[in-house]
Design a protein around this ligand. Structure first.
Ligand code: COA
Length: 633
């Protein structure tokens, strides 16, 4: 009863309309227990019915595999679904797991998607966020902005600590807020076979400092005064100046570049690095710190047109060993990056959270930096921020050299194109009563089809945060409906009315898949669960997970995600397969920011071409829907 009264109070508080970008806490003071009460009120992630998933899986395969392959998979599926057979046994195991656990998927997902993943987190896992270019071009502007940004993040942290962060909603349903509690004071730690994530936010004495890195040198910056109050922007500025002035040498070993290695390689180097007590303490300080701020060295200028693409690379990998790749600790969950030329953004390690909570924090911080003026207050002298020392043995030096080489290979291989599609945003699809996200995804299917004359397995992240500890499932954007539309769109023999009807059908099908996914009824996590259950039960892997169709379905040539923000920013990430694309977008009301990535080593892919194709597809689709009334006459 007490719980439901509390919840009612929160709901009322949350309905308080937030009128600016700056997230307003639901209360100025602490509301202990609010977070848990909210979490406990969330539903548990369901295990979808077995037959439903299997039928949907066969439907998903239709546009992707040949009729012959599909027929083979149908037979394997029938075998899998035999009464009393493997499917039913694994499903029962999953249902038991779901009954016992808060979320049957979340631990498995964290492990399989992130902690067991052995590729470097750089490019292959960690996203970047590019913020609008700022109006400074010198070191003073850089430090001024950094001070405001730090204060903005700490302001957001206060809401997290006080449990006063407003609960978010999707389609009228309140969302799990757990990810907000995972992103500060946390860090990934490499392990020989599996990594882990440490989180110090709930420690007895939670960290009161951030880490700042400049010219590859790390510093501990205490951000709370001895009385527990936060440093003012002015005080942070003074501390940053001290850091800057004591890290002027540029010949330091880029120790942080070690974190960009293949995870097994890094795990070995890590074990060696922390054998030394000083090194161990320095690494632990970085891991514990609330977040990291990277004050980057200047990078070569590029044209205005290429500026955002270059900034995306700076956020994703730092530009290589000659530039800022050593000015990072890529395992750190949150690293804010600020360049001298007004470049600003962040890189985040993906294991603890998805993009939306990160970007919502960014929205708050950006607005905070606009409002906060630096007021010179009488200053109590603050101690010099502590520099983190590293003893570099010949072996560590060798590891650093190897990491530099590998990083430079990754840098050469990654191609990113950030474009601002300025012709329209969510407004046009909305005015035609279509879901903007579905419209964009269908455009992406059309662009891909025009380049390759076929469709491909496509991943779009769908939020499972309607459920307790929910992360994501997959919206499969390549459907029979999107393929029918793509095939017909450029066929001059087909009437406009038919094209319009097919477009509407494809958009509706995508939106229907989205609704199914956010309700926890999509197929991908369920299939993964069945597979992992087989491993856990030590039974042989059902054949349906070993055939060509399954491999094709899991080979995402298009890995996409919408990460909407109020700030005019864009998130970016690398492709998930060697011959694929990563596409992330922020649809604003009147324009859309896209980040498209591909690997240069793949001769079949080209980020600029897909980005151009996407623009063309969006424009052609707008022209098509604008003919709609005429076509319907
Ligand atoms: N007619 C008119 N308007 C419509 C419409 C229609 N048929 N369908 C949707 N809209 C409106 C919506 O009301 C919404 O309005 P708003 O701008 O006022 O909020 C807007 O269009 C956007 O809706 P839509 O484009 O359909 O997308 P969405 O906001 O529901 O988002 C997902 C879809 C899949 C992106 C979202 O459900 C999701 O899961 N997000 C999380 C993704 C994620 O975790 N990414 C992280 C990767 S690291």
């Amino acid at each position: 009863m007490l719980l439901s009264c509390l919840q009612l109070t929160f709901v009322l508080l949350e309905q308080f309309v937030v009128s600016t970008f700056l997230v307003r806490p639901v209360s100025a003071t602490m509301i202990p227990g609010r977070y848990l009460a909210h979490q406990e009120g969330l539903p548990k992630l369901p295990v979808p019915p077995l037959r439903q998933t299997c039928e949907r899986y066969l439907a998903v395969l239709e546009p992707l595999v040949s009729e012959q392959e599909l027929e083979h998979t149908r037979k394997l599926m029938a075998e899998f679904l035999t009464p009393g057979g493997a499917g039913e046994r694994l499903q029962k195991g999953l249902e038991r797991r779901a009954h016992k656990m808060e979320n049957w998927l979340s631990d498995w997902w964290l492990q399989t998607a992130y902690l067991d993943f052995r590729m470097p987190v750089v490019v292959h896992s960690s996203p970047g966020v590019v913020l609008p270019r700022l109006e400074f071009s010198d070191r003073q502007g850089q430090i001024r902005f950094a001070a405001k940004l730090i204060a903005g993040v700490l302001d957001f942290k206060t809401m997290i600590d006080n449990e006063t962060l407003p609960v978010e909603y999707l389609g009228g349903n309140s969302l799990c807020m757990n990810q907000y509690y995972q992103v500060l004071c946390s860090c990934r730690v490499p392990g020989p076979r599996r990594d882990s994530v440490v989180n110090h936010a709930r420690a007895k004495r939670p960290p009161t400092f951030i880490t700042v890195v400049h010219n590859y040198q790390f510093f501990v910056l205490e951000v709370y005064s001895s009385d527990g109050s936060l440093l003012t922007v002015d005080q942070i500025y003074m501390q940053l100046e001290k850091i800057w002035n004591s890290s002027l040498q540029t010949n330091k070993e880029p120790i942080g570049i070690l974190t960009s290695q293949h995870r097994n390689t890094w795990a070995k180097a890590y074990a060696n690095l922390i054998k030394d007590k000083t090194n161990k303490e320095s690494v632990q300080a970085i891991q514990k710190s609330i977040f990291t701020v990277c004050l980057d060295a200047p990078v070569p200028r590029v044209s205005d047109e290429m500026y955002r693409s270059r900034a995306a690379l700076q956020m994703l990998h730092g530009g290589g060993s000659r530039w800022n790749s050593g000015n990072r600790w890529f395992d750190k969950t949150l690293q804010f990056i600020i360049g001298e030329d007004g470049t600003c953004g962040l890189s985040y390690e993906h294991a603890p959270a998805e993009g939306p909570p990160i970007v919502s924090m960014v929205d708050h911080v950006v607005e905070y930096t606009k409002k906060t003026e630096m007021v010179r207050t009488p200053l109590v002298p603050l101690p010099m921020p502590q520099k983190l020392r590293f003893n570099i043995t010949p072996e560590i030096k060798k590891d650093i050299e190897k990491a530099k080489q590998n990083m430079n290979i990754m840098v050469h291989d990654l191609d990113v194109r950030v474009i601002v599609f300025s012709h329209f945003g969510k407004n046009v699809p909305k005015s035609h009563k279509m879901s903007p996200d579905a419209f964009i995804q269908v455009a992406l299917q059309l662009a891909y089809f025009r380049m390759y004359q076929r469709c491909c397995s496509t991943y779009e992240s769908a939020s499972l945060r309607m459920f307790r500890l929910g992360r994501t499932d997959t919206i499969r954007s390549a459907s029979i409906d999107s393929l029918n539309f793509s095939r017909t769109m450029d066929d001059p023999s087909k009437p406009v009315a038919e094209k319009v009807a097919l477009l509407e059908k494809a958009v509706k099908a995508h939106r229907a898949y989205t609704d199914m996914a956010i309700r926890g009824e999509a197929i991908d996590r369920h299939l993964l669960g069945l597979r992992l259950q087989a491993i856990e039960d030590l039974v042989s892997m059902p054949k349906v997970f070993m055939d060509t169709s399954y491999a094709v379905a899991m080979h995402y040539n298009l890995s996409t995600s919408q990460v909407p923000a109020k700030t005019d920013c864009v998130m970016c990430f690398g492709p998930v397969v060697p011959d694929g694309y990563g596409v992330c977008y922020n649809p604003m009301e009147e324009h859309i920011n896209f980040a498209v990535s591909a690997f240069n080593s793949c001769s079949e892919t080209n980020a600029a071409r897909l980005a151009q194709g996407l623009e063309d597809a969006l424009l052609d689709m707008r022209d098509l829907v604008e003919q709609m009334p005429r076509a319907k006459l």
